[in-house]
Write a protein that binds this ligand. Structure first.
Ligand code: 5GP
Ligand code: ZN
Length: 141
């Protein structure tokens, strides 16, 4: 069920993507979860895996939805391994942890040998051409 975002009046951006009211490069969807490309990727193929049910953080979700997320994470990690064998799996819970979208989501960030993967880096917006290529690379199991 879509919810208001943290800012109040505006709808939650990830609920809008889940409902297909906002555009996103979706590479996977089932009854409980959706995976799509991050609009400001840290690296090529940076994915977000979200629960269809709105909750700010993992502990807000019923157990079944948590398990559904883990199942989808397993599938998406396998696909990301086609791009890069190494990757970070991250979940930011709360503003102090860097969460800016308050709808629970995991990041899968492929790593291509950057010297320090946790150093802040510039994040150019996802290019439409590369997005199409990545959807092709990551949409099949
Ligand atoms: P957080 O810091 O909350 O863990 O991460 C939120 C992520 O969502 C960021 O990496 C940001 O680039 C991404 N993001 C924010 N708005 C949108 C959007 O409208 N579409 C997509 N695809 N990603 C978004
Ligand atoms: Zn939401």
């Amino acid at each position: 069920m879509p919810r208001a975002g943290a800012e109040g009046g505006k709808p939650c951006v990830f609920c809008e993507i889940v409902a297909h009211r906002a555009p996103a490069h979706i590479v996977y969807e089932d009854e409980s979860t959706v995976a799509f490309l991050d609009i400001f990727p840290f690296t090529r193929g940076h994915l977000l895996v979200v629960s269809k049910r709105h909750g700010a953080r993992l502990t807000d979700l019923p157990f079944e939805d948590q398990m559904a997320l883990i199942r989808t994470l397993d599938e998406m990690c396998r696909r990301v391994e086609r791009l890069a064998p190494d990757y970070n799996l991250a979940l930011n819970a709360g503003a102090a942890a860097g969460q800016v979208v308050f709808h629970v989501h995991f990041h899968i960030i492929p790593r291509y040998g950057e010297a320090n993967p946790f150093r802040a880096s510039t994040r150019p917006r996802l290019s439409p051409t590369d997005a199409e290529a990545l959807v092709g690379e990551l949409s099949s199991s």
